[in-house]
Design a protein around this ligand. Structure first.
Ligand code: HPA
Ligand code: MG
Length: 275
């Protein structure tokens, strides 16, 4: 494990994309700040872009799409803690197949480096790589060979003006020259990604893009847009399919909305023995 690195202050995202010059990125990697008021590179070959400029839009999930608990099987140890089912496991898997197809079409035979953001991104990562591996078997053109690694990223003081991201578990030097695809569970405020992407770019990969299973429609968003997104979800706290509340609910297949009992029961984390 490499030592944790921090960079301060995420960029402010105006519209859907922001470009930085390499000197701004060097500054950021040395602990300086990235700000949207600084000069912006005009040339794509000198500068880098964060946040998708053009993308296929995610499936829109409305609050009214919530299904009642009786409609699907839920783990008994969580049933009383779930308000509703927002996205069933079957829907998740079907959507990941399409995301894998879009990823394959975008990279067209280039070897990519999947960087799974732990722990929340791990279920999405597992199912995505199954789909990508299946392309290897069933086509001999334009499939996407891939390597992978894992990264931990934690943002503190989650506001866009004071936030810091601490990353660990990934040797950044190994990203040089690679087409990196971050695999994330959810872009909520976007704070973590808006700081993590510039940090990765400062280690000279060929490109950095973000695949996120979910994107939350929230007024707290900093405007960061991932490149490949499964579902756009309403401003609710969601759990399941590795998305957690204090480490609980990762072991649930469907993506659900938590209720007050769930918040109370797991406010101090998961107890190893049920009392
Ligand atoms: N659920 C779980 N983890 C999260 C969420 C959420 O809604 N938003 C950011 N991290
Ligand atoms: Mg995450």
């Amino acid at each position: 494990m490499s030592s944790p690195q921090t960079i301060p202050e995420p960029p402010e995202f105006l519209g859907s994309s922001v470009r930085y010059s390499q000197s701004q990125l060097n500054l950021a990697s040395q602990g300086g700040s990235l700000s949207s008021s600084a000069p912006i590179s005009s040339s794509p070959s000198q500068g880098r872009m964060y946040g998708a400029e053009e993308r296929l839009e995610p499936i829109l999930i409305e609050s009214s799409d919530q299904k009642s608990k009786g409609d699907f099987l839920l783990p008994a140890h969580y049933e009383s803690c779930v308000k509703s089912i927002l996205i069933s496991h079957g829907q998740i898997i079907d959507r990941i197949q399409k995301l894998a197809y879009d990823i394959r079409k975008h990279y067209r035979g280039t070897t990519i480096h999947l960087l799974c953001v732990l722990k929340g991104g791990s279920a999405f990562f597992q199912d995505l790589q199954v789909c990508l591996r299946n392309f290897h078997n069933f086509t001999n053109q334009d499939y996407v060979p891939f390597t992978f690694d894992f990264i931990r990223a934690k943002s503190y003081d989650g506001t866009s003006s004071t936030g810091k991201v601490v990353v660990s578990g990934c040797d950044m030097e190994k990203l040089r020259g690679k087409d990196v695809l971050l695999v994330e569970d959810i872009v909520d405020t976007g704070t973590t990604m808006s700081m993590l992407v510039p940090l990765l770019v400062s280690h000279a990969p060929a490109s950095v893009k973000v695949a996120s299973l979910l994107e939350k429609r929230t007024p707290r968003s900093c405007g960061f847009k991932a490149d490949f997104v499964g579902f756009s979800v309403p401003d609710e706290f969601v759990i399941g399919y590795c998305l957690d509340y204090n480490d609980a609910f990762r072991d649930m297949n469907h993506i659900c909305v938590i209720n007050d009992e769930g918040i109370e029961k797991f406010k101090d984390g998961v107890k190893q023995r049920i009392e």
